[in-house]
Design a protein around this ligand. Structure first.
Ligand SMILES: Cc1cc2nc3c(=O)[nH]c(=O)nc-3n(C[C@H](O)[C@H](O)[C@H](O)COP(=O)(O)OP(=O)(O)OC[C@H]3O[C@@H](n4cnc5c(N)ncnc54)[C@H](O)[C@@H]3O)c2cc1C
Length: 373
């Protein structure tokens, strides 16, 4: 079976990986260089930021993130020579209003990833001595890890490019589906070249609304900009991830600390601003004042594929037999990435799904006209 995947972010690359491992042939397209959009820009926290604020369908996929990335890193590393570092730092949350809900959530769902402890100041100091003493309490999630997402994307890309059943086509915007008898026969690129396949997968992240008109669907996915600031501290300096008021610090093993992030609706604009940078710095220095002594290396913005509830669309598109979706992951596409792709592959190949697929159904995309029929 030949499958064309449109979009080479984490959703497309992971889908390709799952499908080639099952013996499928895959063509993967991107309008720019692979792995340079939201999936590159993100922080790589392997959990929704405050899981209890999300629908269970998001947490359901996210809980597989760490274990599946550990498996993929072992498989890809010998080929790609890239370790994308699943860094087991744990996460401290200082939002007092969330303490009770967070502890109850952990108790209720008993997910290994969401084990949670309440800490007083002396315990916080043992876990992370750089936290400002104004934070007298925290809840602590020792199991939550982060990954170096740019390296993850490089590793998968490298693996796929050397795979004999993969054709990798970058800098090739796909514009249109060509339909014959209610089935897509081929896709048409901006340069008018056409590509035929048996099945087609849409993994176009924040750009997914592009397909609404052609497929007679209402795809409510739009870009939500997020900005980040990168610091360089000594190796292994900050021991845990830290979060307060939806702002966070993510330490990497080599001393880089990723700080973010903002949320703004400004179309496809990815220009970082001085005002947002200041907001991020204020929030992060409040948690970890000593960070201000270290240099800033970079600032950037990325476009999250914003969807109404944050629950992605995974599965066959309504009314068309050979077009599939894996998009709309909003703030959690990196942690949901491996399980989303696995679920898609299981649905495409008629295998037992790892979770009930109804919550991710593309039936939610049916336009008013179609639903009335
Ligand atoms: C600042 C920030 C912080 C984040 N932090 C986290 C985090 O800590 N944890 C987490 O889980 N998630 C995080 N996210 C969210 C996560 O990054 C996204 O949900 C995820 O990357 C979406 O992946 P994707 O593959 O669907 O989209 P993308 O990575 O955007 O990939 C879509 C790809 O499709 C291509 N494309 C689009 N249209 C076409 C077309 N017509 N033809 C060909 N190619 C096309 C694009 O060029 C792009 O490469 C963060 C996001 C941001 C911006």
């Amino acid at each position: 079976m030949k499958i064309a995947i449109i979009g080479a972010g984490i959703s497309g690359l992971m889908s390709a990986l799952e499908l080639v491992e099952q013996g499928c042939s895959v063509m993967i397209f991107d309008q720019q260089q692979a792995g340079k959009a939201a999936s590159w820009a993100g922080g790589g926290i392997l959990s929704p930021m405050y899981p209890w604020r999300y629908p269970q369908a998001v947490n359901q996929l996210a809980q597989y993130g760490k274990s599946l990335y550990l498996e993929w890193n072992e498989k890809l590393k010998p080929v790609s020579d890239i370790d994308f570092e699943i860094h087991e730092t744990g996460l401290l949350i200082f939002d007092e209003a969330d303490f009770e809900t967070g502890l109850n959530y952990a108790q209720q769902f008993q997910e290994p990833m969401q084990q949670c402890e309440y800490l007083q100041q002396e315990q916080i100091e043992q876990v992370n001595p750089f936290i400002d003493s104004k934070f007298q309490h925290a809840i602590y999630f020792p199991q939550i890890a982060n990954i170096r997402n740019p390296r993850l994307l490089q590793s998968i890309t490298h693996y796929l490019k050397q795979h004999p059943q993969v054709e990798f086509i970058e800098h090739c915007p796909i514009e249109q589906f060509q339909m014959v008898n209610g089935k897509v026969q081929s896709i048409v690129a901006q340069n008018s070249q056409t590509y035929e396949a048996d099945q087609f997968v849409i993994t176009t992240g924040a750009w997914s609304q592009h397909w609404s008109e052609q497929l007679d669907l209402e795809i409510p996915v739009h870009p939500v900009q997020g900005q980040m600031v990168l610091f360089k501290t000594p190796e292994n300096w900050l021991p845990t991830m830290c979060m307060n008021d939806v702002m966070y610090l993510i330490p990497r093993l080599d001393g880089h600390v990723v700080c973010g992030s903002s949320m703004a609706d400004c179309g496809f604009d990815t220009t970082p601003t001085a005002a947002t940078k200041q907001k991020i710095l204020d929030a992060c220095f409040e948690m970890v004042p000593e960070l201000a002594e270290f240099p800033i290396e970079k600032q950037w913005a990325g476009l999250r594929p914003g969807s109404p509830t944050g629950v992605p669309y995974i599965g066959k598109m309504p009314e068309i037999d050979n077009v599939w979706a894996n998009f709309g992951h909003f703030r959690n596409g990196l942690c949901m990435g491996p399980a989303s792709a696995r679920l898609l592959r299981q649905l495409m190949l008629n295998q037992t799904p790892l979770t009930h697929p109804a919550a991710y159904s593309t039936e939610r995309l049916k336009s008013a006209g179609l639903m009335a029929q």
